[in-house]
Design a protein around this ligand. Structure first.
Ligand code: ZN
Length: 127
């Protein structure tokens, strides 16, 4: 399943980042991931709902259990094969904004990229 691969990548990147944070900040340990913010490529062709479902499954038993997965759409880097200009697309409307041409070359757009993490640290007051 394509979604599973993407989610596993994001989860392991997030957990590794928290581990690194904990090694660097012994006095301020992160005990839980509250939110993972990601950018999803415009060409990734996955359902956000499926991604979220996969995430909940894989996050069980890790520091990311119960974390919110916030998905944004990444802007896609494109080059127009007609006029040669580079531009970015924010939605699936594959037409060059400069010349109206539809022979567009895409760079990337298939991945899920980690943008930000929000963690809960043990120094916080527990109400
Ligand atoms: Zn063009």
């Amino acid at each position: 399943m394509h979604e599973a691969t993407l989610v596993q990548g994001i989860l392991s990147t997030s957990l590794a980042a928290v581990e690194r944070h904990n090694v660097d900040n012994p006095g301020n340990q992160a005990v839980k991931i509250q939110e993972i913010e990601c950018e999803l490529g415009l060409l990734a062709c996955v359902e956000p709902q499926t991604l979220t479902g996969c995430f909940e499954l894989f996050a069980e038993g890790t520091l990311a259990e119960g974390a919110a997965l916030t998905l944004r759409t990444a802007r896609l880097d494109c080059d127009c094969s007609v006029c040669g200009k580079a531009f970015k697309l924010a939605q699936r409307h594959f037409v060059c904004p400069h010349c109206g041409g539809d022979e567009i070359h895409f760079n990337g757009g298939h991945g899920l990229t980690l943008i930000a993490l929000r963690v809960e640290s043990e120094e916080q007051d527990h109400a």
